[in-house]
Each structure stands twice: as structure tokens, then as C-alpha cells.
Design a protein around this ligand. Structure first.
Ligand code: 1GP
Length: 252
């Protein structure tokens, strides 16, 4: 399966973010996988700000052994790798000016990634201010783009596209108070054809629906499910209602 094509194929797909550092134990992970499958989650994203290689490898291997949902690495640093994953978001933190996150980590893992033979997806990664300091901003020592300034975010996304990035990830950061403005996604999608991922502070099915309508290809949810695993049941109900509406519309 080509993950980039899957991401590109439709809007409103869902990714469950698993931070290996916060994963309690295998029992918890098994429950998470079971409920994610029930909720028809499209992707697992695995990564975090300060995760070790060992933690990454353990969680990726476990998930791959117990689920058919594709696993995408969403690394906070160059050591969060596993050859068992389906794809790697090769993140370029274009909202920041820290060379480590623009090229440094990339060089340190370049040969290893090449040998891994997994799908590598060059990704414009833009941190947008979400109303509070987040781990991603702190660990990367970068300043997020002001939330109200869509113009900077838009131009940064376009620049990434022109530099050859295959997708754009707008992230308000894990646990953000405010998610990324939906308008930003609408505006970028009018200008460039590459897919958009959005995450950070998404805590309700209403937000999921709004991002889907704005044209986001993948909507990432981490914190909300960490706090309440049964949010996956709400997602399942939302997905079911949505597919019933589509089927109903097809028959009338
Ligand atoms: C953060 O996009 C992710 O990098 C998810 O954020 O944990 O707030 O859902 P949340």
C-alpha cells in the first residue's frame, strides 16, 4: 500500500497519535488497537517529542503484530525510527528557524532511513500557535506561527510545496487550547494540490467534521484519546452516521 496515495485519496481520514512514552502497557495498547479498529481509524501515527528509539521500536512492532491499520512514523527526532512501520513522515519544520529540525536530524538518520526501505514522505511541518506552549515548540526551540496570521502560514505551506514537500502538516501542538483555523486549510487547498494533515487540540466530532469540510485529508487525534479512550466510541458513531448519510444520499 502506498501511504501517500491513501492520504491523498480522500478528505476526513482519521489518525490516532500514539506517543510511545505515554503508552502504559501492552494491555492498554491492545485495548487502544481494538477500539481504533472498531472506530475505523485510518492510520496510527507514532511519535512524540522526547521518545527513545527503543520505545518507538517496541510500540511499532506491537501495533504491526496486532493490527492491520497502517503505521506512520511521526518522529520528534532522528532516532524515532522503525523499519517495521509502513511510512515515515520526513518532517521539515518550516515554521521554525532551527537548523537541527530543518536538516540536522535528517542528516544524522539519512543512511539508516535509506536502508530501511520504508516509504518516506517529505512533509512541510508547520507549528501554529495553539494558545499555550507545547512540547513540540519547546523541544524544537522554535516559535510557532501566530494563529491569526494565515498569510504567513499560507506562504510557508506554499514555499514547502515549491521545495518539493509532498504534504503539509499543520499542527497546533499536542494539547493545544485552540486547533488550527479551518480557513487556513481551505485557503491552502485552493492554491496547491498536495494533501493536508491537521492536528493539535482536536477534541470533538464537531471539530473533525469541520476539518473534513475544510478539506483536510487526515485529522490527527492524540490527547483526547489518551484522556478518554472511549472517545473512539464517539468516533465510531460519527463514522457510522456519516456513512449512513452517504448511502442514503446515494439511494435518493
Ligand atoms: C500533535 O497533532 C498532534 O502533534 C495531536 O495533538 O494530542 O492535541 O490531539 P493532540
Amino acid at each position: 500500500m502506498n501511504i501517500l496515495s491513501e492520504i491523498q485519496s480522500k478528505t476526513g481520514q482519521l489518525a490516532l497519535l500514539i506517543d510511545p512514552e505515554k503508552t502504559k502497557n501492552e494491555k492498554h495498547l491492545s485495548e487502544l488497537i481494538k477500539k481504533a479498529e472498531f472506530a475505523a481509524i485510518d492510520f496510527f501515527f507514532i511519535g512524540g517529542s522526547t521518545v527513545t528509539r527503543k520505545e518507538t521500536e517496541a510500540v511499532v512492532s506491537f501495533v504491526k503484530a496486532h493490527s492491520v491499520i497502517p503505521v506512520v512514523l511521526f518522529p520528534g527526532s532522528g532516532n524515532q525510527l522503525s523499519g517495521h512501520a509502513d511510512a515515515l513522515l520526513f518532517l521539515n519544520l518550516l515554521s521554525g528557524r532551527n537548523p537541527d529540525f530543518l536538516i540536522g536530524h535528517h542528516i544524522s538518520c539519512a543512511e539508516e532511513v535509506l536502508e530501511m526501505n520504508i516509504e518516506v514522505i517529505p512533509t512541510s511541518y508547520l507549528l501554529i500557535d495553539g494558545g499555550k506552549m507545547t512540547s513540540a515548540a519547546y523541544v524544537s526551540q522554535t516559535t510557532p506561527i501566530p494563529r491569526e496570521n494565515n498569510s504567513i502560514s499560507l506562504k510557508t505551506g506554499i514555499a514547502g510545496y515549491l521545495m518539493g514537500q509532498k504534504l503539509t502538516y499543520f499542527d497546533a501542538g499536542s494539547g493545544a487550547l485552540y486547533s488550527v483555523p479551518t480557513q487556513l486549510i481551505e485557503e491552502l487547498k485552493k492554491k496547491i494540490e498536495t494533501p493536508v494533515i491537521v492536528g493539535g487540540g482536536i477534541r470533538s466530532v464537531e471539530q473533525i467534521e469541520a476539518f473534513k469540510n475544510a478539506g483536510a485529508n487526515v485529522i490527527v487525534i492524540g490527547n483526547k484519546i489518551e484522556e478518554n479512550i472511549d472517545f473512539l466510541l464517539d468516533i465510531e458513531a460519527y463514522q457510522k452516521a456519516h456513512s449512513e448519510t452517504i448511502n442514503h444520499n446515494k439511494t435518493v
